[in-house]
Design a protein around this ligand. Structure first.
Ligand code: PMP
Length: 419
């Protein structure tokens, strides 16, 4: 702490710290993992209206007719205000958990109301599961690349993330087996496999039907818990993805779902379905973190699901995102044929590979100057890989903006390659 600054309170004097943060030496070790992403500042610039952002992963909530939500809101307040304004059950509103069973049934999952624990988005479920299982230095296996928000959680609990690369069919079972063997030979404790089998964020790939039982079987045999994160499963474009791995071994899988992509992320409601003992711990961990989830949002979503044709709304989302995916693929083919990318069958993202000479993070300032933003691949790895990759999102911009954004990106790439 600088001599010029007053002590922040009482007689307690913190350690040396810095002028910027006098508490620097006071934080718990785990807080050292809580660093803002390096590209955050650029994203602040990227949110200016003149910038076409292909960077974020925001659902296009404007596709929900406002009257549908307003109607559910009015009905809910008339019928349920006292309960909606009150604390609720730590596990979540039973009526909503019943309806979550119906949502999951769309993907072939059968479970009982007791198995479902609601969370503040699936993000909180990732945090709670990691809190329950991971001590510093424990290993979490995850696809490489993987969801940046999960990597942030894993880092905050000081986990060692071991990435498993994917091919066009998703996780490669042989690589999973080899990683388990290697980590154990090195004396490491593997706590779980974190996987996004459908329309992966950021890689856009889907784990094939053949590989699902293979992955489940390897994990069952080796005693490795699977955390199956499935926020995009219902956002398919041509055909539904294969059934979740949870259907193959409910005792070995913590399944995570969310209303963020099928309804709206603003409610912050997601859920976990976990083996019995894990579920009990999850409820206790939720209660310790937040007492109870938002009764208000639970009542509102329950009313919406009960009285609105939510399946038709999900179909509308599919149509919107399919059209945008097509616009992005067409624009890439037209403007950036020298790059390569995958064709996602659902979800929000196209994963693009760059030529050797380019680095996605180093190129970003130039892109922002040329009024287009994307997410550099480096954020999706725990170990700084990803310089030759980037994620383009097609969820939020209209097809016209997508085309314009990709056109600008092509000019950035040409500029970097000095073409
Ligand atoms: N998992 C994945 C793979 C995601 O892409 C996201 C959101 N982008 C989340 C979890 C978190 O979603 P939420 O907390 O809104 O449910």
């Amino acid at each position: 702490m600088s001599d010029l600054q007053p002590a922040p309170g009482g007689d307690f004097q913190p350690g040396p710290g810095t002028d910027l943060d006098p508490w620097l030496d006071t934080y718990a070790l785990r807080a050292s993992g809580l660093a803002a992403s390096e590209v955050r500042a650029l994203f602040a610039v990227a949110s200016r209206p003149e910038v076409v952002s292909l960077a974020g992963g925001m659902p296009y909530v404007r596709a929900i007719p406002r009257e549908l939500v307003a109607g559910a809101f009015d009905r809910m307040l008339l019928a349920d205000a006292p309960a909606a304004l009150q604390y609720g059950s730590g596990q979540g509103l039973p009526r909503l958990r019943e309806q979550i069973l119906e949502v999951m049934a769309e993907e072939g999952i059968t479970a009982s109301v007791d198995d479902v624990v609601t969370t503040t988005g699936s993000q909180q479920a990732i945090d709670l599961v990691t809190k329950l299982f991971v001590d510093p230095g424990d290993v979490i296996l995850a696809e490489g690349p993987s969801y940046v928000g999960a990597l942030g959680v894993f880092k905050s609990y000081q986990a060692d993330v071991v990435h498993l690369s994917m091919d066009a069919d998703g996780l490669v079972p042989e690589l999973l087996e080899a990683a388990i063997r290697e980590q154990r030979a090195a004396g490491k404790r593997i706590k779980f496999l974190y996987t996004i089998p459908n329309f992966h964020n950021p890689a856009g790939v889907t784990l094939s039907a053949e590989r699902r039982p293979q992955i489940v079987e390897i994990c069952r045999r080796e005693g490795v818990l699977i955390v199956e994160d499935n926020p995009y499963g219902l956002i398919w474009f041509d055909a539904p993805p294969p059934p979740p791995m949870h259907t193959l071994n409910p005792d070995g899988v913590v399944y995570l779902g969310s209303f963020s992509k099928t309804f709206a992320p603003g409610f912050r409601v997601g859920w976990a379905v976990a083996p019995h003992a894990v579920r009990e711990k999850l409820v206790l961990a939720t209660e310790s973190a937040i007492l109870s989830p938002s009764s208000f949002n639970h009542h509102l979503i329950a009313e919406y699901l009960e009285t609105v044709d939510w399946r038709a709304q999900v179909a509308r989302f599919r149509d919107v995102y399919r059209e945008r995916r097509d616009a992005m693929l067409a624009a890439l083919e037209e403007h950036l044929p020298r790059l390569s990318w995958n064709v996602p069958d659902g979800g929000f993202y196209v994963w693009v590979r760059l030529p050797e000479e380019l680095h996605s993070k180093q190129m970003l300032p130039r892109a922002v100057r040329e009024l287009v933003a994307y997410t550099p691949g480096t954020g999706f790895y725990a170990d700084g890989q990803g310089g030759r990759e980037m994620r383009l999102s097609f969820c939020y911009p209209t097809p016209e903006f997508i085309e314009e954004g990709v056109r600008r990106l092509a000019s950035v790439v040409d500029g970097e390659l000095e073409l």
